[in-house]
Design a protein. Structure first.
Length: 108
């Protein structure tokens, strides 16, 4: 009987860390960080949204401007509205297709 092959996960470990582990790991990440936008790169590196990155960086002792946080909240709201509109348009398009199928069937 052959051994079962172990499946390799394609997602890096840092992307599915819980907050406590991420905060511990972030100390190391920040010491080696050389970029310009810490919040953006933190969120991308750990796979969290920008507001979560801000919250966690504040937990680590970094101060972030209120205007920047407000701008990110506004962007998030705009992104959610855009997704809702896209979903609504998709539903409307599907309804139109269903109606044309019923009409072309000759029974409706």
């Amino acid at each position: 009987m052959s051994k079962r092959k172990k499946r390799k996960l394609n997602t890096p470990t840092r992307k599915w860390m819980k907050r406590a582990t991420r905060l511990h790991s972030a100390k190391h990440f920040i010491t080696k960080y050389e970029g310009k936008n810490l919040v953006k790169d933190y969120s991308r590196y750990y796979g969290v949204d920008n507001l979560c990155a801000v919250r966690e960086l504040e937990m680590l002792g970094y101060s972030i401007e209120e205007s920047y946080i407000a701008e990110m909240k506004n962007e998030l709201k705009h992104k959610q509205l855009k997704a809702e509109r896209k979903k609504q348009q998709k539903l409307e398009k599907m309804q139109e297709e269903v109606e044309t199928w019923v009409e072309s069937d000759g029974k409706g």
